[in-house]
Design a protein around this ligand. Sequence first.
Ligand SMILES: Nc1ncnc2c1ncn2[C@@H]1O[C@H](COP(=O)(O)OP(=O)(O)O)[C@@H](O)[C@H]1O
Ligand SMILES: [Mg+2]
Length: 506
Amino acid sequence: MATDPGLEALKARVAAAQLGPETEETGTVTEIADGLAHVSGLPGARLGEVITFTGGARGFVLNLGEATLQVAFLDSMTGVDAGSTVTRTGQLLRVPVGAELMGRVVDPLGRPLDDLGPVKTARTAETERPAPAIIERDFVTEPVATGLLVVDALFAIGRGQRELIIGERGTGKTSIAVDAILNQKNSDITCIYVAIGQRTTAVRRVIEAVRAKGAFARTIFVVAPATAEPGLRWLAPFAATSMAEWVRDGGGHALIVYDDLTKHAAVHRELALLSRQPPGREAYPGDIFYLHARLLERSAKLSKARGGGSLTALPIAEIEAGNLSAYIPTNLISIADGQIVTSAALFAGNQRPAVDIGLSVSRVGGKAQSGALKAVAGRVRLDYAQFLEMKMFSRFGGFGDAAMKKRLERGERIGALLAQGRYAPLSTAAQVALLAALSDGVLDRVPVDGFAALKATLAPLIEAEPQLAAFRAAPDAVDGTAREALIGCVSAAISKLPLGRAPETP
Ligand SMILES: Nc1ncnc2c1ncn2[C@@H]1O[C@H](COP(=O)(O)OP(=O)(O)O)[C@@H](O)[C@H]1O
Ligand SMILES: [Mg+2]
């Protein structure tokens, strides 16, 4: 009898079949709260494991208690009640990672929020991943240019750095981060913008700005708006970091903006209190520091052996009534490598970006700053701080002498130089030119209200100057010829101003 190949295959399958009992661990929802379920009967469950509810909704283990564990919902909790059955999946939470996410707007699980269809990536990654060890890291030495003169010149940011942007509501924090993203249009840096608990309209504005003026096709938007399940809002920064790490670990460079971690702290508190964790200082559970520390530790510059990639973080935090010393702000300040503090008073006085020069600091970026910028920016911070002090006293009168008047006028011009409209990034070469011109006194002839026009006129002149080709490509050091050419461009720009007079040649 001829053997039937189909039959043989079937026989082989029968022989190989596992006939042992199949285990599926199930438990019961004992109690349900806003976005959170208390579950009993899953003794083997792990932190971060995905749990499914009857009806198909998914959640993840947020907290392991003695008798019960707490599961945060990732889908709508309608249809789930006390008494519902839950099942372990044995899988830790994973999100899609890969180039396919670029130019997309997704939720923290990588599900599309735009109308471009599902995101299909070849790989996924766990949302909680360990930070690179010290031995796997390298020093922060290459700059991330934000295009904002006040940041690049005074508080330079390096690849792998974590620089906090902190200030009151409506003082331009998001705008600073978005400008930094827009300035990567012509760089090799991939950007990830994470919206946590924001209004949808505000998120849409950011997306539209990047679409219009940034490298949209190289930017990933991870959005968990105020209306999203608390579990999704909690997960957003971790999931987005895993997406960013795909770039970092592939030897590339990424910039991630967390907007904002104050709202993330609030959702952590909400879930922790619903889990009946004891509240601590200012009603935040004690692990909130560890939560943000382990998130921001994942931003790093990797060693050559690990591919030399980097992940730079710009976490944003909101404070109330200028109170930088509240619990969450001080936590974040101590975790980050520096902070850019925005001031409501400066913002109201139309000094925008409203960066408080006295309170802001960048602890590692100085080593990454372009040498040319460092050379010309040296005195600006001190001069400006002195000016602000003098200005306060000059209100009382009595500063008649010419030297004082000159310093006040110079200070006003530094203020005008540091001010910058939104979506108007300045190249490093243009920043060096302006600061060199300032220290040479070339800008003394420009009226304070002429600086915006000057910057706009200057940029194309610098781009077109053949003598500056080498400097534009690598603005690391400025020699005599380059400096002369830069100042020449500024003078030419001044002569083109409607109000300006050409400065006499030295
Ligand atoms: N450099 C700037 N020049 C002019 N307007 C600005 C500038 N930065 C921010 N703004 C305006 O200030 C408002 C608040 O800015 P936003 O970045 O949303 O603040 P925050 O994130 O601190 O709440 C926005 O409407 C924005 O248009
Ligand atoms: Mg904002």
